[in-house]
Structure formats: structure tokens, C-alpha cells
Design a protein. Structure first.
Lengths: 306, 548
């Protein structure tokens, strides 16, 4: 049973690098025993936040608590219970991947050779190769194996699947589900909505260093709107009028429209009655989502300080 | 047309058309110039400026032949011969300037060219930038050839600058034209060109930029030591060293030009070998293939000290060998140097004194200098690890910043003490065995160990810079060492007050065994070093970790 109700609590976090305002009052919570998605476009402040949580950077303002402690002052004690996977993994070029895993594991506490071997097998990583011979994906696997083989109470994962192939992403998904089943907590930063949706209980979305939305996946369902393309022999009678359907366009029997995911079942039932010859549905990219929901605020925000 | 192409492809075409290998050289020339314009300008200004400064100063103070004769007599010592070589015509104005600054100028250019060739060669290849470039329409040798051309141009420009400065200052004897000025410039260029070849080959043989710089530096070091031994003896070994060929051009003496042909030929051959190697290896590879390593690490690697010992294993072994070899070499030649000294029938003043003890003291300083390079290389790795981002996964473990840094600093602290002891003892053993006095071993070991506080002050400066000015720490640290070195070599020409020179850590250390051992400066320097380290680490513990 985790000792703290909240693995991570952040309120009004501020951080500047010279004249660059990286974080402007960011809020974030990671409830213990849950997977929290941390979404934002590139450069929105995700890595800065995680590096503050690790005590590598010192916040300029606001409050951050990790496992009940101060991430700056209690760094060493807290790190015994934290495993970290950076987005861009740097390794010692003349050591092997296996050596790097052992070093990183021992630095945070104990090393369990059986778990290490299990993770090496799962991620199909050859531990005898020198780090400089690894591809980006394989360097990522080294950091993942070291983190997942640990008993850490909290996992801080900064875009952990960048560079992994789909099979390895599946192995990652399986591992995170095991971590969650053990009652451990995960902060999963990503710019891919689908990845977070698959694993996370809660999601916090940030943009320009501030939180714009936070809640459970179900609460955020209204944010997602799929892009649907259907080929119909007949007309698209009545589709445009259905609730949740937006921007419908028809060209030579190819009908495209956006639909709120909450209304998807009803809209698909209506499409089915029109006997479509083909149907393609794409989830929206995070950037589209931002543009649609926060375009105005963002324009005001950017206009305000530039 | 199609048929021809098919026929060609049917043959095993291993050789690419030679003209293709240089496609894009023009673009790469512009890139190399753009990327290095500040560095190139700084190297040129410093080297030519140094020569001009010493030239102008000597012209000012040596305004009579009597003054030049006195200087020539003063310079005719084993110490000067060992460190800088003695000019062929020591009693001329040009000769005096040559004795003072030629070796510094030529060797600095040589090291600078090796580092620049690595920066635009192996370093870019290691970081993957070359791969990106080579994926475009770019010939196999285009980038290397562009870098070699720019570096060759730097060598020629420095030589031309030296020749022009020399002629403009009027260092040539009246009525003798400017032959001496031209020869001195050409000799600097020639040594630089050989270093270019050395750097080019080193970049092909090793697979890391550190390895390339280390190999190139070691080769230049061997050139220097060969000519040192040659200059102290009958001169034969001087001819075994390209640096010696540069010396043997003898500006204002014999004014030889044919050794320049030797230098250029050797440089051309080395560059040809480098190109030959480049055409025969894979991108990113050196000559040594990668072998699989252990699948796990022993527990000691999880401590910062254990890991650093493993990662710095190569440099530690390399520097230990260097110090031991230098020590044995020095120890074995002291006796013959002293004989030469006695043969000359006089006991001329040397750097800080006369006689065999003064010579021993000078050689102890040289061992301390080599040790200082090791210590600083190890100390700046703190910043290098922060810049590469490799420290972050370690600090994300249960490891405090000060513990990480202090354990890492044990290597320069303990390593320096061990190297100084071994170096001093080795030199004492070599010298003692020649003169049959085993007591020299402990005597010189203590003399060398006395430089530990001085080296620690330099390490302290490196750590303070790491804490307070992380982004500039590495170049500033090496800059401090280079400045100290320059001040020791040309201090008198800089009009610096004596008390300032005495404050430099190496001057503040008792010049043992020539001077008696006084503990006060050693204690003060140890305290200064501790304060600098504390300040730097305290700052590091409070500031952001700053990659890049």
C-alpha cells in the first residue's frame, strides 16, 4: 500500500531559463497507484517539469511534492523510490548496455538479476553490445529495462516509447500494466494521445508551460474528435444534422466529417444504414485537438507576451 | 548507354570513380571555414602575436651585440637545450627570438592543428553529423579534404605571419636580406603540416574523438622528446623527429630550406595514408572492430569512483606510462647533461639557478606539468559528463551531487600524488643508478610530491569554474593552464611584476631540490585548493544541472 495518497503534487510551478518562460504556473497530480498521462506538444515544458521532479532543476516558484518529499532538498532519499527514463537516452559509449543497466539499477537501490533478465528478454535487447553501437531505439530500451526491472514506487517516463517499434511498444504497454497492478505510480509524458489513452487513468494536458486540461480519460472524452471518411453510393442525407458531426464535406461520393467521440456510436449506426462501401476513421492529432479547443486562448496567450 | 551501364554493373565495381570522391569539396570548404572562423582567427592571432611580441621586446632590450652575446652565453645550458632548443646563431637578434619562442610557437600550432583536424573529422563522425552530410551528394573524401585544406592554409598563414612580422621588425642582420625571416616562417609551417598529417591519420585509426586527440598528442609528444634527447646529446635523435627537422632549418644560421621538403613530403605521405584508410573503412568505424562486452557490471561500478575508474582507465594507464617513461628518460640523461655542462668549463645560470640540482629541479617541474594535464583532464570530465547529459541518469539515482563530484575528484587528487611520487622516484632511481646514489630516489620523490598542492590549486580552479561558469568551464580551464605555461616561458617579456609571477602555483612551490623545502606555501596552496573545490561544489549543489 503506498504511503502517500498522491505520488506527485504540483501547484503553480514556475521556471525560467534566462528570458525564456518555460513553466508558467503548471499544476499536476499523480495519484498513487495510477498511471497519469502528461500530454503536450514538443517544447511545452514536459521535460522541464520532470527534471524539476528529479531535483535536477530548481523551480523558481510554486510547490512540488514527490512521494511526500521536496524534490530538491530530499533528492537522494526520494530517488531510492523513483525510476526515470529520459526522452533522449545518453549512455557511456564504451560500456555495454548490460553494464549501464546494472549501474543505473544499483544507483537507485537493488538489482534483481531475474527481473533484469526477464526485461532483457521481453525487449529483445542484447546486453553485450557497446552503447555506441546501439540505435536510438536500443538506447531507449536500456533505460526502459533499467527502470522496469526496479522496484521503484514511482516511474517518471519522459516520452519513453520514442524510437521503439510497434512490437516493443506492445511490450512496454504490458510492462506498464504490470507496474500498475503492483500498485505503483507512473507519470507518462508523451505527445501521442493514443498512447496515453491506452494506459492512463488520468491525463494532464499542458501547453506553453501551463495546464490547460486535467481529468480522467472519460472526463476528457469530449476533447477527442475523430476524422471520418466514408464512400457512399447514395447521398449523405441527414448526416450533417446529427449531433456531434462537424465540418461535413462531400466530393464525388467521398464524405468527410469530424465527429465527437462521445457521439461516435450513434453516428456510425446512421452511416451503416447508408450502406457505405468503405470507412476510414482517424483519431485527431494532439495538435489538431489543441487548435480546435484552445485556439482562441492560445492566440491571446501568445499575443500577450510576444 | 543502357547497355554500357549494365555491362559495368556486371563487373564487380569496387572502385568508385576518383573524381566522385571529391564532389562537394567546395561546399565543405565553406562549412569548415564558417564553423571554425573564430578558432582559426584566434590561433593565428595568438601564435603570430606571440612571435611579434617577443620579437619587438627583444629588439628593444638587446640593442647591442654585447647584450646578445651575454644572452647567448646564458642560454647555452642543458635546460634551455632540453626545453626549447638552442638557436643555431644564438648571438643574433633573430637567434635570441628563436630560442625564446620558436618551439612554443611551432608546437602550439602543431597541437592546435591536431585538435582542429579531429574536430572537423572524427568528432563529427562520432556524433553522426558526417553521416547526415554523406547522405547528400558528397564525395567520400570531400569533407576530410576540405578540413585538411583549411588546416594547411592555417599553417601557411601562421608561417607567413611569422615571416612577415620577423621581416617587418628587422630581426634579420643588416645587409643579409630577409632569408632568415622566410626560413623561420617556413619552419613553423612545415611542423604544422606534419601535425596535420598526424591528426589526419589519428582520426582514421581511432573511432572516438578523444582517442584521436590522445593519439595525435602522444605522437607530437614523442617528436618533442626525441629532439630533446637529440639536442642534449650528439644531435642524431634530433633528426629522428619532424620537430627536429624544423629546428635544423636553422634560421639566421645555416638557413637551410631542404628540411622543409622533408616536412612537406612526410605531411603529404601521412595525408595520403589517411585518405587510403578512409576509402577502405566503414563510416563510423576505426581500425579496431567492436567486440561484445560483459552483459553485467560489478557492484563497484555503481559508485561514482568505481565507474570513473573504469571510464578513465585508458587515460590513467596512458598518463602513468607517460610519466614513468619521462622520468626514466630524464633520470638517465641528467648525468650526461651535467658532464656537458662541466665540459663547457662554466656553470651558467639556468632557469632559477646553477648546477645539477637546478637541472633536477627543472626536470621535476616538467614531470609536475605532465601530471597537471592528467589532473585537469580528469577534473574537467565533471563538466563534460554534465554537458553530455550522462550525469542525469546517475543523479536520478540515490546519489547526491556532492558525493558524485567528490568521489570523482578522488581520481585527480590521489592520481596526482601517485604520479608525482612515481615520476620523482623513477627519475631519482634512474639518476641514482648512474651516479651510484640510491638516496636520490626518495629525495626526488619528495621534490616531485611537493607540487601536489600546486596541481590541486589548478584542479580547484577547474572545479570552481565548473560550479560557477559551467558552459565556459572546459575552455577556461585549459586556457588557465596554457596561460600559466606561457607566463612561465615568456614571463620576463610580459613586464609582469615579480610578485604576480611568484603567486602562480608552480612558481610558489619550492624549487626542489635546488631550494630547501619550506612548508608554508604548500599549506597555503592546499587551503586555497580546498576553498576553490568547496566553492565550486557548493555552487554545483545549488544550481540547475545544465546539459549542452
Amino acid at each position: 500500500m503506498p504511503a502517500h495518497e498522491m505520488a506527485v503534487e504540483i501547484e503553480g510551478l514556475e521556471k525560467s531559463f534566462g528570458s525564456v518562460h518555460a513553466l508558467r504556473g503548471l499544476d499536476l497530480t499523480v495519484p498513487a497507484g495510477q498511471v497519469t498521462g502528461f500530454l503536450g506538444p514538443n517544447g511545452s515544458g514536459k521535460s522541464t517539469t520532470i527534471r524539476i521532479l528529479l531535483g535536477l532543476l530548481r523551480a523558481d516558484g510554486g510547490r512540488a511534492t514527490v512521494l511526500g518529499g521536496d524534490p530538491w532538498a530530499d533528492a537522494v532519499r526520494l530517488h531510492r523510490s523513483i525510476a526515470y527514463v529520459p526522452g533522449d537516452v545518453t549512455l557511456w559509449p564504451n560500456l555495454t548496455g548490460g553494464e549501464a543497466i546494472d549501474i543505473l539499477s544499483r544507483l537507485s537501490g537493488s538489482l534483481d538479476p531475474k527481473r533484469k533478465q526477464a526485461m532483457l528478454d521481453r525487449f529483445e535487447l542484447d546486453p553485450t553490445k557497446k552503447a555506441r553501437a546501439y540505435s536510438k531505439g536500443n538506447r531507449q530500451k536500456v533505460a526502459l529495462v533499467a527502470a522496469l526491472a526496479s522496484e521503484a514506487e514511482l516511474l517518471l517516463l519522459d516520452e519513453p516509447t520514442s524510437g521503439l517499434d510497434p512490437l516493443m511498444e506492445a511490450a512496454f504497454t504490458e510492462s506498464i500494466r504490470e507496474v500498475k497492478a503492483d500498485g505503483r505510480s507512473v507519470l507518462l509524458s508523451s505527445h501521442i494521445f493514443a498512447e496515453v489513452e491506452k494506459l492512463a487513468d488520468r491525463v494532464t494536458i499542458i501547453r506553453d508551460g501551463a495546464t490547460v486540461e486535467a481529468g480522467t480519460i472519460a472526463q476528457l472524452r469530449h476533447l477527442t474528435r475523430s476524422q471520418v471518411t466514408v464512400v457512399l453510393d447514395g447521398g449523405a442525407d441527414g448526416l450533417a444534422a446529427l449531433p456531434g458531426v462537424h465540418d461535413l464535406q462531400a466530393l464525388d461520393g467521398h464524405i468527410t466529417f469530424a465527429v465527437d467521440d462521445a457521439e461516435l456510436p450513434a453516428v456510425l449506426a446512421a452511416v451503416a444504414r447508408l450502406q457505405p462501401r468503405s470507412l476510414v476513421a482517424n483519431p485527431p492529432s494532439l495538435e489538431e485537438l489543441f487548435l480546435r479547443h484552445y485556439g482562441d486562448e492560445l492566440a491571446a496567450l501568445s499575443g500577450g507576451d510576444r | 548507354m543502357t547497355a554500357t551501364a549494365t555491362a559495368l554493373q556486371a563487373e564487380p565495381v569496387l572502385r568508385r570513380p576518383a573524381s566522385d570522391t571529391l564532389t562537394g569539396t567546395g561546399t565543405m570548404l565553406r562549412l569548415v571555414l564558417r564553423r571554425n572562423r573564430v578558432r582559426l582567427a584566434v590561433w593565428w592571432l595568438v601564435l603570430v602575436g606571440l612571435f611579434a611580441y617577443v620579437g619587438a621586446y627583444y629588439k628593444d632590450i638587446f640593442n647591442t651585440q654585447a647584450a646578445l652575446d651575454a644572452f647567448a652565453t646564458l642560454s647555452n645550458t642543458p635546460g634551455i637545450k632540453a626545453l626549447t632548443g638552442l638557436a643555431a646563431a644564438p648571438a643574433t637578434l633573430g637567434g635570441a627570438v628563436w630560442t625564446k619562442i620558436w618551439m612554443t610557437c611551432a608546437l602550439s600550432l602543431a597541437f592546435g592543428v591536431v585538435f582542429l583536424v579531429t574536430r572537423n573529422g572524427r568528432a563529427d563522425e562520432e556524433l553522426g553529423r558526417t553521416e547526415l552530410l554523406r547522405s547528400r551528394v558528397l564525395g567520400l573524401h570531400a569533407y576530410s579534404v576540405a578540413s585538411w585544406l583549411v588546416n594547411a592554409a592555417l599553417c601557411v598563414a601562421v608561417g607567413a605571419g611569422v615571416a612577415l612580422t620577423s621581416a617587418a621588425l628587422g630581426l634579420d642582420p643588416a645587409g643579409a636580406g630577409i632569408t632568415g625571416s622566410l626560413v623561420v616562417g617556413a619552419s613553423v609551417t612545415g611542423v604544422g603540416l606534419v601535425a596535420l598529417g598526424v591528426g589526419a591519420v589519428a582520426g582514421q585509426v581511432t573511432s572516438t574523438s578523444r582517442g584521436a586527440n590522445a593519439l595525435g598528442s602522444v605522437v607530437l609528444g614523442v617528436f618533442y622528446v626525441l629532439r630533446m634527447v637529440g639536442d642534449l646529446g650528439d644531435g642524431r635523435l634530433t633528426w629522428a623527429s619532424p620537430v627536429g627537422w624544423g629546428q635544423e632549418m636553422q634560421p639566421w644560421g645555416a638557413n637551410r630550406t631542404w628540411p622543409l621538403a622533408l616536412l612537406v613530403l612526410l605531411a603529404a605521405e601521412l595525408v595520403t595514408v589517411a585518405a587510403w584508410l578512409e576509402a577502405r573503412r566503414d563510416l563510423g568505424a576505426g581500425l579496431m572492430p567492436e567486440r561484445p562486452g560483459p552483459a553485467g557490471a560489478p557492484a563497484r561500478y555503481a559508485t561514482p569512483l568505481g565507474l570513473a575508474l573504469r571510464l578513465q582507465r585508458g587515460p590513467i594507464i596512458g598518463w602513468s606510462l607517460t610519466v614513468v617513461l619521462c622520468a626514466l628518460l630524464f633520470g638517465s640523461v641528467v648525468e650526461s647533461m651535467t658532464n656537458l655542462l662541466n665540459d663547457a668549463g662554466s656553470m651558467p645560470a639556468m632557469l632559477g639557478g646553477t648546477g645539477v640540482d637546478a637541472l633536477l629541479s627543472l626536470l621535476v617541474v616538467m614531470i609536475a606539468m605532465v601530471t597537471a594535464v592528467f589532473a585537469l583532464q580528469s577534473a574537467v570530465s565533471l563538466r563534460a559528463d554534465e554537458a553530455s547529459g550522462i550525469v542525469e541518469p546517475q543523479l536520478a539515482g540515490a546519489l547526491s551531487r556532492s558525493r558524485w563530484a567528490l568521489q570523482r575528484l578522488l581520481i585527480p587528487a590521489v592520481g596526482t600524488a601517485v604520479l608525482l611520487l612515481v615520476g620523482g622516484a623513477g627519475m631519482g632511481a634512474g639518476y641514482g643508478s648512474v651516479i651510484g646514489d640510491p638516496g636520490q630516489t626518495s629525495r626526488l620523490a619528495v621534490a616531485a610530491l611537493a607540487y601536489w598542492p600546486a596541481v590541486m590549486v589548478l584542479v580547484g580552479v577547474a572545479v570552481a569554474l565548473f560550479g560557477w561558469l559551467p558552459r565556459l568551464a572546459i575552455p577556461l580551464t585549459w586556457g588557465v593552464l596554457a596561460a600559466m605555461w606561457f607566463i612561465v616561458i615568456i614571463g620576463d617579456a610580459l613586464h609582469l611584476p615579480g610578485w604576480l609571477l611568484d603567486l602562480l602555483p608552480f612558481s610558489a612551490t619550492p624549487y626542489q631540490p635546488f631550494e630547501p623545502l619550506t612548508p608554508a606555501p604548500l599549506i597555503v596552496m592546499t587551503l586555497v585548493a580546498a576553498a576553490l573545490v568547496w566553492s565550486g561544489l557548493d555552487r554545483f549543489a545549488r544550481r540547475d544541472v545544465q546539459p549542452g
